[in-house]
Design a protein around this ligand. Structure first.
Ligand code: PNS
Length: 166
């Protein structure tokens, strides 16, 4: 059975992530969406909140393909991939600007654990411009984020920013 890991910060999960999840689930037997603690990135949402948002969005996927499990992890991705028996690490690629970072990460991970292969899925044209960072910025400034995230995530973002404004 081919197990794939789709890791990320998911701060918060966007429609772009969900698109990659649904497509990745069609090319592996089991997909583990791995939500990284990544405390160094100073996330807007706690690990448990980010994991819950991914879980809620994945529940809404009509065509799941393979079985999808949502987990969180702290530590090295390749150690996590080993623990869950994953042979492939899936990442989404949007613009050329993603390439250098992704290339470096894939190469570092390959050196650390050559058994886990990184595979890239190109973001769909509808989603290639969506990033969690801009979604947060637009949300913080009161813009409409409904095209980029699910209604659940949009509500969580609005609540977070209205709390911050109080
Ligand atoms: O969504 P992101 O923030 O681009 O995801 C980055 C992530 C979580 C995949 C990356 O930071 C990661 O793998 N973190 C775990 C720690 C690790 O293994 N670091 C070494 C990477 S070469």
């Amino acid at each position: 059975m081919r197990v794939g890991v789709y890791p990320g910060s998911f701060d918060p999960v966007t429609n772009g992530h969900i698109d990659i999840i649904s497509r990745a689930a069609r090319i592996v037997d089991k997909l583990i969406v791995a939500v990284a603690l990544n405390a160094g990135k100073n996330p807007l949402f706690q690990l448990a909140e980010r994991t819950a948002m991914v879980t809620e969005d994945v529940k809404l996927l009509a065509d799941k393909g393979a079985s999808i499990e949502i987990m969180s992890f702290n530590g090295l991705l390749i150690d996590f991939a080993d623990q869950v028996g994953a042979s492939v690490i899936i990442r989404g690629l949007r613009a050329v600007s993603d390439f250098e970072y992704e290339f470096q990460m894939a190469a570092m991970n390959a050196r650390l654990n050559p058994k886990a292969e990184t595979a890239f899925l190109m973001a769909s044209d509808r989603n290639h411009f969506i990033s969690s960072r801009f979604v947060k910025e637009i949300g913080a400034l009161g813009g409409d984020i409904s095209h980029f995230v699910s209604p659940n995530v949009a509500a969580k973002l609005r609540a977070r920013f209205s709390d911050a404004g109080e």
